[in-house]
Design a protein around this ligand. Structure first.
Ligand code: NAD
Length: 456
């Protein structure tokens, strides 16, 4: 079946239809209308999958992709046109261009944590750039996967875009095929499997992966506001956000004040009985839930830690000073558990952060500009924020992606168009003049050849 789909998409791509910008615009507009029409159904599917609050689905899934669609539709003609660049004297007279060419048949593999956004946002870029696409949503959020499949069926012909549902085995079958581009969002572990499969065919990739994101709070920070913004970004989606704070490094002199403010803000957001809060998601599966509870074993819980096995409910939880070699600190937490570690010197910060691979995000709360700059310039990470968390994803003019083990490549806005396009260099040479100097026999004196660098 997979080979059939791929074959059909290759045949369709060869007809050149998907390269027509008007065709791409019609497809994207149909997608836009279908999402608007089904916005409530999308919210229901995500609620069925892990009780995701409607506000969060609207803000971080449907409205997010609708904003991407709007931006793409507004700019697609300009971005798809050959881009003129200055010519070099070497080739005078010429006009020089970058042509944007679709790669061909693209595979998109999505995770479960923002199951709609992370399947559809890359799709927008891939279609806008003129590719055909196969989307594999996550099997862990089956209601959303089924709805994505329905939406895609209603909008696209399968030889242009189609959904293949399934789990790891299906994903592996898809990866065994030769694609022209693979866009993967998920864990670093699976990212390596994807990269290896892609390497067999020299297929280019974007890998949007995870990491252990530090949040540093120094003694000059505005503690109440810091706590409010950390709590929002951490417990949104029940901590299942790739750019959420993983752990806090706080200056020892403001540690107690921060802990108190974090507790207060958690209660302000979710009430005294958090299990009843309509604004707090569930952990996505029993397997993930059990993994999180395992991480809490032997830790000093200073707030929360309440759970309900029947509903995969784990309340917002603060942990005091976990050991570096604990389960909690071994890898990405990806749930509503927030470890708090006090530091005394900048060396302590350095020692902590240096234990981990380059994360997807880093946050610093401080009013000391020198300190802010030092953190941003010293450490390598995908992206981040000063005096806030998570919000770097909301500006379509900023690239979104990791570095090192947190990913390869970035997208959103124009970047989404560009990553799914091969940039083809073309020089259009005039015929009315042909400088003789480059042709053998080479008669140009060597001292002049040594000045050619000025003509490139
Ligand atoms: P995952 O890697 O387990 O799964 C992602 C996708 O890969 C799913 O569609 C799944 O079916 C498929 N898959 C799983 N195992 C596979 C295998 N062995 N071979 C081939 N395919 C396989 O990730 P997840 O649990 O769905 O998502 C959570 C992870 O994703 C976290 O690490 C998080 O940080 C990361 N993430 C990153 C971003 C980002 O934009 N950088 C966004 C969201 C999530």
């Amino acid at each position: 079946m997979i080979q059939n789909i791929l074959q059909q998409q290759r045949i369709f791509f060869k007809t050149q239809q998907s390269k027509d910008v008007a065709f791409r615009k019609i497809a994207l507009k149909r997608l836009q209308q279908e999402i608007i029409k089904r916005e409530d159904a999308i919210c229901d599917a995500l609620y069925a999958d892990f009780k995701k609050p409607k506000f969060e689905t609207l803000a971080a899934e449907t409205q997010f992709v609708l904003a991407e669609l709007k931006h793409m539709l507004k700019n697609i003609e300009r971005w798809a046109s050959p881009e003129r660049v200055s010519s070099s004297w070497m080739n005078w007279p010429s006009s020089d261009y970058i042509y944007k060419e679709p790669f061909g048949t693209v595979l998109i593999i999505a995770p479960w944590n923002y199951p709609f956004q992370l399947a559809i946002a890359p799709l927008i870029g891939a279609v806008a750039a003129g590719n055909t696409v196969v989307v594999k949503p996550s099997e862990i959020t089956p209601n959303t996967a089924a709805l994505i499949s329905e939406i895609i069926k209603a909008v696209f012909k399968p030889d242009h875009v189609t959904v293949v549902e399934g789990g790891v085995e299906v994903s592996q079958q898809l990866l065994a095929e030769k694609w022209d581009y693979i866009f993967f969002t998920g864990s670093t572990h699976v990212g390596k499997i994807v990269y290896e499969s892609a390497a067999n065919h020299l297929t280019p990739v974007t890998l949007e992966l995870g990491g252990k994101n530090p949040c540093i709070v120094d003694e000059t920070a505005s503690i109440d506001l810091a706590a409010k913004r950390i709590v929002w970004g951490k417990f949104l989606n029940a901590g299942q956000t790739c750019i959420a704070t993983d752990y806090i490094l706080v200056h020892h002199s403001v540690r107690d004040k921060l802990v108190e403010a974090l507790q207060q803000n958690i209660t302000n957001c979710y009430g005294e009985n958090m299990e009843e809060s309509p604004d707090f998601s569930r952990t996505v599966s029993q397997k993930h839930y059990t993994g999180l509870k395992e991480m809490l074993k032997g830790e000093e819980i200073i707030f929360g830690g309440k759970s309900n096995d029947e509903d995969n409910y784990l309340s917002p939880t603060l942990v005091n000073e976990p050991q570096l070699d604990s389960k909690l600190m071994a890898g990405e937490i990806f749930g509503p558990i927030l470890p708090i570690i006090a530091y005394k010197t900048e060396d302590d910060i350095h020692n902590y952060i240096s234990n981990y691979e380059k994360p997807l995000a880093t946050y610093v709360f401080s009013t000391n500009k020198k300190f802010q700059k030092k953190i941003i310039n010293t450490y390598s990470f995908g992206g981040g924020a000063i005096n806030d968390t998570v919000i770097q994803i909301t500006n379509k003019r900023l690239p979104f992606g990791g570095v090192g083990q947190s990913g390869i490549g970035a997208y959103h806005g124009k970047k989404s168009f560009d990553i799914f396009s091969h940039h083809k260099a073309i020089i259009k040479k005039a015929n009315w003049f042909d400088a003789p100097l480059r042709y053998p026999p080479y008669n140009l004196p060597m001292n002049m050849v040594k000045k050619i660098k000025h003509l490139f």
